[in-house]
Design a protein around this ligand. Structure first.
Ligand code: B16
Ligand code: MG
Length: 217
């Protein structure tokens, strides 16, 4: 019974969510907008463009197109400078072990991320070779909670959607997985991710018998 395993990147494989937060926070501040950690949850998993749109909405601001593009570039430059310092030590706990387990059982592994920087990050942390397919912000037109990214990932590893398992840290991502009719596993806070089929604090909490049962069903 072959399952497809689809991993989100930010907040699941590495904690780049903290770098997105710092970069957006600084950028918003520069245009006189402040937002809370709680609001930041809504930026997780959604595209760069949608993120800036939300921030502008919170600050009741509209911008001309060229200024909008300039701010997106500014945010990304700052984000790139954070991720340029990443290495294997930033892989989140239990991630390498679960990748080992899944590939040993010969189940295909895909990335399903909204980020346009996913390949740079995976190279930085030396995990790029662990994925059979990488679908990211460069391959999709619709941001999570639209299921496009996960459906394309399933297609790329030739596994039917209802045989795919998605690991996600964002509300939008869990919704996307549910809409795609995949098994959604939240990584993080169970209250925030209450729409997921299962939630674990991190991968060290996912034990082998849970995975075995999941693969059997
Ligand atoms: P970039 P994921 C998402 O990655 C982030 O969670 C989200 O905060 C970010 O805005 C989005 O990628 C776009 O990232 O600016 O690098 O293209 O969680 O879907 O892996
Ligand atoms: Mg994420």
């Amino acid at each position: 019974n072959t399952k497809g395993f689809i991993f989100d990147l930010d907040g699941v494989i590495v904690d780049t969510a903290k770098y997105h937060y710092l970069a957006w926070k600084a950028l918003a501040k520069s245009i006189g907008i402040d937002f809370t950690v709680h609001q930041n949850e809504q930026l997780k998993g959604i595209s760069r463009e949608s993120s800036l749109n939300k921030i502008l909405e919170w600050g009741n601001k509209t911008l001309p197109k060229d200024k909008f593009m300039e701010l997106m570039k500014e945010k990304n430059d700052q984000y790139l400078s954070y991720i340029s310092k990443m290495d294997e030590n930033e892989i989140l706990p239990g991630v390498t072990q679960i990748l080992d387990y899944i590939s040993k059982q010969k189940h295909p592994i895909a990335l399903g991320s909204a980020s346009k920087n996913s390949k740079i990050i995976l190279k930085k942390v030396n995990l790029i070779n662990r994925f059979n397919a990488i679908i990211d912000g460069n391959n999709v037109t619709k941001a999570k909670p639209d299921p496009e990214v996960f459906l394309k990932a399933a297609n790329a590893i030739s596994i039917p959607a209802n045989q795919c398992v998605v690991f996600e840290d964002s509300v939008a991502g869990i919704q996307a997985a549910n809409i795609a009719n995949m098994i959604s596993i939240g990584i993080g806070n169970a209250t925030i991710l209450n729409e997921a089929d299962f939630v674990f604090k991190d991968f060290t909490e996912i034990h082998q018998d849970f995975l075995e049962n999941l693969i059997k069903t």
